[in-house]
Ligand binder design. Structure first.
Ligand code: NAD
Length: 88
């Protein structure tokens, strides 16, 4: 059964809402976000709304070596990716 989930862009609009839902469903989640389009406050809110613990890493998803390490270390079997930037 999937227990550990990686959410990239988890401090963003879609990612933060999904993270709260996953925490409410008792999944262990790791949020990766470089905060380029969001604030740490959003991470605090995820914690205060869900009242659950999770791991947050300020990291760019383009850092594939670290992302691979996280996937292996946390035995993440599933990931959601919402990390994006809009071009003007
Ligand atoms: N918001 C909507 O209503 C909606 C609807 C349909 C689809 N989408 C799609 O869902 C995705 C997410 O949308 P959103 O509204 O949550 O955007 P958002 O800007 O609120 O969230 C994106 C998050 O990704 C982070 N990020 C950007 N580049 C990163 C990088 N290189 N490494 C790590 N983190 C990075 C940002 O800091 C931000 O927190 C987009 O692809 C968007 O097109 C959004």
């Amino acid at each position: 059964m999937i227990k550990n989930i990686l959410v990239t862009g988890g401090a963003g609009y879609i990612g933060s809402h999904l993270s709260i839902e996953l925490l409410n469903l008792n999944y262990n989640i790791t949020i990766v976000d470089n905060l380029i389009n969001s604030k740490k406050e959003r991470i605090r809110k995820i914690g205060s709304i869900s009242k659950k613990n999770f791991t947050f890493l300020k990291l760019d998803v383009k850092n594939t070596k670290k992302i691979e390490k996280i996937l292996k270390k946390k035995k993440n079997r599933f990931s959601y990716s919402f990390s994006c930037t809009k071009k003007s």
